[in-house]
Write a protein that binds this ligand. Sequence first.
Ligand code: GRF
Length: 205
Amino acid sequence: MRKVRIAVLVSGGGTNLQTLIDAVDKGDINGEIAAVISDNENAYALERARKHGIKAIYINRKLLAERLMAELQKLDIELVVLAGFLSILDRELVKAYEGRIINIHPSLIPSFCGKGFYGERVHKAALEYGVKVSGATVHFVDEGTDSGPIIFQEAVPVYFEDTSETLAARVLQVEHRLLPAAVGLFCEGRLRIEGRKVKILKEEV
Ligand code: GRF
């Protein structure tokens, strides 16, 4: 089966990107990461891409709306993965890639998500609320923020003595499993969106 051309959008350290690179190398994902694109020129995720011989592109945040879509089309990208990407995607891009943008979020959506909920802020809000479980969500991106159809979720326990760092580390371990699994299923044509729900097919249709 032909390999799906993937672009991974990043803003930070890129540990989720690294799990995708490793999964592709192991043959667990029938895709190729054609480019890693960041809105932060100092993102270590760009360094991870360069080390792996993957095209690493920085686009200034202010130029994303006009440049990102052109870049994705030029690279003939079929799947966009947001892996710790902090900018909001342009509506036109989300429309053009409907059903082909996957995001990882470090909470059990619809809790602790949406505008302003990213990175450590997510875990701080969960701890302040006093939840007993949190977790990670992989979902398709729609025109909202963290609001698209959910592909996978997995919960982790929250302990009384947790800090945002200890909770983040526990959730990150789940993210590192869920994201490559979801991307792998997409590349096998086994994810079908039915309204707000995502069906995982036994085999590609
Ligand atoms: C992760 O918690 C991810 O869920 C969030 O950004 C954080 C950093 O991820 N979106 P990474 O190490 O840059 O992949």
